[in-house]
Design a protein around this ligand. Sequence first.
Ligand SMILES: [Zn+2]
Length: 109
Amino acid sequence: MICPMCEKGKMTKQIVDTIRYGIFIGHFKAETCSNCNEQIFGSKEAKKIEQRMLELGLFGREKAAIYKIGGNLAIGLKANLVKALGLTKNSKPIIITQAKEKRFIVEFG
Ligand SMILES: [Zn+2]
C-alpha cells in the first residue's frame, strides 16, 4: 500500500512507540510509511490506544474539583493524571492564561 499522506512511501506493518500529548503510552501495531513515517492504526489498535489513554487519564475534558486555600483557589488533579504526567508537590507549573476564552494551559517543566 502506498502512503495516503505523502503518496511516495510504502506502508509496512510495524510495532511503534506510541506517544500522545507528549506521553509514551505503549507499543502498538501500525502501518508505517517508509518515506514520511505516517502511522495508521487499524480499528482494533485504535481501540487499544483509546483504552490505554483512558487508563492514563489522557482523554478530553473532565470536571475537576476546586478548593479554597486562604485567599486562593486550587484545582484538584486526579491521581491517574498526576501519575501519567509524573507530577509531584515539587513540580513547577507555569500557567498560560487565555482570558478571552476563559481557559488556561498548565505546563510543567
Ligand atoms: Zn508517507
